[in-house]
Design a protein around this ligand. Structure first.
Ligand code: PEP
Length: 253
């Protein structure tokens, strides 16, 4: 049985004070939950604060990106070892905003994934198609390519140490969610792709859904057989909404 994971991606939002208030609200709201893993991914500058506030709780924290390099002369980058030093458990890699706005390729993303695993972090690999690609019937081709980046560089074993998040680009921040059936279809495809290399790893792999997940649609999405939780953007900035989504994970565990 896969344990649900609900992870909040705060993106580039909020102040230090907002971060503290949000974390306090989440800590209070999820305190009785036993069956769901909960995590928040704040902007880099707030990691220290979040570490201080979440220390000793069951809630994990992570980054929204990680360098594909070990360390050294890479201005502006943050290494996996540094994130580990700040107590991070997770690192999001390959978010569509970074693919689109920062030109990240599957090769670079696979190296980021490998850096995370090598430093004891759990990478959350985002995959997903644009609306145009979906309309052209290319969804499976696109997400397969995203998944294969890591398979080609690190082999299937890498998926024993990570999490995948299916995030259709057309559903991110748009208020339009994939239907549970649409999402389930892609999740099953992703799991099957990994299963071709290792049935055991595929069975244990958590595949999250991301894209306008909210309290009102979370239960039905997480209720699908191959959906193991959510990567939450907008709704993770509101403690009550995020906690309600965590509750949906708890109820489905
Ligand atoms: C995301 O960007 O990871 C995301 C899922 O955003 P939203 O929930 O706002 O669609």
């Amino acid at each position: 049985m896969r344990r649900p994971l609900i992870a909040g991606n705060w993106k580039m939002n909020g102040t230090k004070a907002d971060a503290a208030e949000l974390v306090r609200g989440i800590v209070a709201g999820v305190s009785g939950m036993q069956k769901t893993d909960v995590a928040v991914c704040p902007p880099f500058p707030y990691l220290y604060l979040v570490e201080e506030l979440l220390q000793g709780t069951a809630i994990g924290w992570g980054s929204q990106d990680v360098s594909c390099e070990d360390g050294g002369a890479f201005t502006g980058q943050v290494s996996a070892a540094m994130l580990k030093d700040f107590g991070c458990r997770y690192a999001i890699v390959g978010h569509s905003e970074r693919r689109q706005l920062n030109g990240e390729t599957d090769g670079v993303i696979a190296r980021k994934y490998a850096q995370a695993v090598a430093n004891g972090l759990v990478p959350i690999l985002c995959v997903g198609e644009t609306l145009e690609e979906r309309e052209q019937g290319k969804t499976e081709e696109v997400v397969a390519k995203h998944i294969d980046g890591v398979l080609n560089l690190e082999g299937v074993d890498a998926y024993a140490h990570g999490v995948v998040a299916y995030e259709p680009v057309w559903a991110i921040g748009t208020g339009v969610t994939a239907t549970p059936a649409q999402a389930q279809e892609v999740h099953a495809f992703l799991r099957e792709r990994i299963a071709k290399k290792s049935k055991e790893i595929a069975k244990g792999l958590r595949i999250l859904y991301g894209g306008s997940m909210k309290p009102g649609n979370a239960a039905e999405l997480i209720g699908q057989p191959d959906i193991d939780g959510g990567l939450i953007g907008g709704a993770s900035l509101n403690a009550a909404d995020f906690v309600a989504i965590c509750q949906a994970g708890e109820d489905n565990a």
